[in-house]
Design a protein around this ligand. Structure first.
Ligand SMILES: Nc1ncnc2c1ncn2[C@@H]1O[C@H](COP(=O)(O)OP(=O)(O)OP(=O)(O)O)[C@@H](O)[C@H]1O
Ligand SMILES: [Mg+2]
Length: 226
């Protein structure tokens, strides 16, 4: 039996538009195991980023349950519990990278690990090995402004891995990259998945979808597996 890492049950999310409510997610339910690379698809405005934010505990739905391993419902956590849980168990890669501009690539990757209270030397070694893994051994001391878009994206991915999360969420991680760099990012995401994590990434790129294990599509407020 495959054990599921996450389970969503009857999750609804709507946004207020003047007087009307716009329903983005309408009681969606799904389960996903570890060790999978899942492409989250759907037209622009269908709710991919909304779902990624919910899964990352950065937003709360009107209703629904979010189980992750032994946790019964992460949506019922208060902000402090969410923040603590997020630090240890999940990570998110944003489309615009969100790197800290006056920290080097190495320092950016070290930071979440230092927040967990890890010793500096350990964080340093871990961050360095992750940056080597994503092919940036010659860019350790570069500031984000001295890196290309693809390189910044790889730093953001290395940073998302340093605390060994079980769930990795990425919102269009290849959105601003050329085909070759997009393939590279996919390879990196695949290698993370092989480390037994669940990786969910929102994308419009058909070629990357075809190389994923599963495709989860949002359409008219519902989700379907393809
Ligand atoms: N804070 C908000 N307030 C009101 N409406 C919002 C808010 N955030 C998102 N929306 C609306 O919810 C819908 C879903 O947005 P979302 O960003 O999740 O789409 P998406 O699938 O990620 O699209 P894209 O492919 O363009 O990134 C959109 O119609 C958007 O306008
Ligand atoms: Mg989006």
């Amino acid at each position: 039996m495959i054990e599921n890492l996450i389970e969503l049950k009857d999750v609804s999310k709507k946004f207020k538009d003047k007087n009307d409510d716009i329903v983005i997610l309408n009681k969606i339910s799904f389960k996903l195991p570890s060790n999978k690379l899942v492409a989250l698809t759907g037209p622009s405005g269908s709710g991919k980023s909304t779902l990624i934010h919910l899964l990352a505990l950065l937003d709360t739905p009107e209703q629904g349950v979010y189980k992750l391993l032994t946790q019964d419902n992460l949506f019922s956590f208060d902000e402090k519990q969410k923040s603590n849980y997020r630090k240890k168990n999940l990570s998110i890669v944003f489309q615009n990278f969100n790197l800290i501009s006056d920290l080097t690539a190495l320092e950016n990757v070290m930071l979440p690990n230092l927040y967990l209270g890890e010793k500096k030397i350990n964080s340093f070694n871990l961050a360095k090995s992750l940056l080597i893994q994503v092919g940036l051994e010659n860019r350790l001391n570069h500031l984000p402004s001295e890196l290309s878009g693809g390189e910044q994206q790889r730093v953001a991915i290395a940073r998302s891995l340093i605390n060994k999360p079980k769930l990795i969420l990425a919102d269009e991680p290849t959105g601003s990259l050329d085909a070759k760099n997009a393939e590279n990012i996919l390879e990196i995401l695949k290698s993370i998945k092989d480390d037994k994590a669940l990786v969910i990434f929102a994308t419009h790129n058909k070629s990357l979808v075809s190389k994923s294990d599963l495709e989860l599509t949002i359409s008219n407020g519902n989700v379907i597996f393809n």
